[in-house]
Design a protein around this ligand. Sequence first.
Ligand SMILES: Cc1cc2nc3c(=O)[nH]c(=O)nc-3n(C[C@H](O)[C@H](O)[C@H](O)COP(=O)(O)OP(=O)(O)OC[C@H]3O[C@@H](n4cnc5c(N)ncnc54)[C@H](O)[C@@H]3O)c2cc1C
Length: 474
Amino acid sequence: MSENLQFDVIVIGGGIAGLVAANQAVDRNLKTLVLEKGESTSYPCNTRFAGGTYHACLRDVMTEPKVLAKLMVESSSGFISPLHAQVIALNASRVVHWLESIGMQFVQVSNAEHHRWAMAPQGRTQPGLSWKGLAGDVLLQTLAERFTQQGGQMIQGAKARSLISHEGACVGVHALLNKEGHSVQASYRSKGVFIADGGFQSNLDLLKKYITPKPQDLKQRGGATGFGDGLTMALELGAQTIGMSSFYGHTLSLDAMHIERLWPYPYLDSLVTAGVVVNANGKRFVDEGRGGVYVANQIAHLDEPLSTSVIFDDAIWNKAGKQGLIPANPHVPHEGGTVHQASSIEELAKVSAMDVGVLQETLCQYNESVQRNDFENTVSPSRSHSKHRPQAILQAPYYSIPMCVGITYTMGGLAVTPNSQVIHQNGAPIKGLYALGASSGGFEGGPEVTYVGGLIKGGVNAMVSIEHFHASLI
Ligand SMILES: Cc1cc2nc3c(=O)[nH]c(=O)nc-3n(C[C@H](O)[C@H](O)[C@H](O)COP(=O)(O)OP(=O)(O)OC[C@H]3O[C@@H](n4cnc5c(N)ncnc54)[C@H](O)[C@@H]3O)c2cc1C
């Protein structure tokens, strides 16, 4: 059996990017189909598991757009183009206001600027994964219900497999449907196809190609539904990619590889940026001051991503260790995560199976650099200090926590115009093809692994792309 139907818009993926786009499309009377491979009512995806904070580059989304755009360009050392930054900055507040207008409620979850707009009911209140009836779950229910009430069609258990092209334009999608246990091929035609399948973080081959020599050593810190299908399909049509080596993720306890309550929270970033990150021998190899997401990326690029630890002292454990919504102190040890503790550095090296001399030398150099306030010449690699102030590691007991990297979503992906049209290798947009949310590249990442925000990126891409597509029809 096969199906062959005509739509104005086909959306691949039912996360925030796909369902905001689908709602925006039906609001413009466009005949719209969403293909979502998840079969259950509460199909897993990153949006459903999201903590739910809308921020732009960790700033309040209501910040003056000029300020936001400048921050994105500068903090990414120019990787995010001024036009891509501007589109996020100008539309960030619109996304939140539109979500409010369809019934989403927001709460402020801490005094931190990036925590002012979090979806209610608040997610992220305990270690481990909790999502049922919370933030992202409510968002997806709200969007899916509204979409179908407005006349949109959503097929679940529908896996997009390839794009249909005609004279250089994308004109539809071939999909595999699961109908009562039987696989059915279906082809759907449309004027526009919107790829919103959530990145490639769960595809081990693509991870190996672009991010890490040992993909199985990264902990999936999300829905584990992003296999880069949209990316692969668009590449077959000649699409370009951008920024493929960066991802959004965090440092986690190594025990998160086997203890459920240790992912996606608590993460270790506040210890990492206050303390020292070392390899299996006890030697520093990364600039901790560039932030937890940056450090997670550098660890993933190592030959042995499961070989690192964070080292800190009692002062850090009792201050930085208690920062964040679900802090490492006390949650890591409470949930069964390893925390080595010792009264001297020598003893710490021994219990952590590190080289005593190497760890002593690492900390000696590091403490000296703090004392001299010189983070370029005394330590190697140098330690940035503008965002996260380095602290001497002097106060016993001393601690080490073995780490792994949790990958949440890939920041790179299909190269797109600011309004999310997929760009061909010849430099021109591919007619009728858009990439949104974690499927798009160029809005986040780059040399500093700049984190702009997955929710705001998906929401903005969705709104702007449908507006662009709709205008192109008139
Ligand atoms: C624990 C956690 C906390 C987070 N907290 C925040 C936060 O506070 N703030 C923030 O900004 N971001 C946060 N994020 C990131 C954010 O959730 C994501 O960046 C965002 O939700 C991605 O949306 P998306 O629509 O691009 O992808 P997704 O939500 O992953 O949706 C993609 C959908 O596509 C479907 N799909 C995949 N392949 C196919 C195919 N071939 N055919 C059909 N369907 C397909 C998948 O099943 C999935 O449903 C968090 C993520 C996690 C996991």
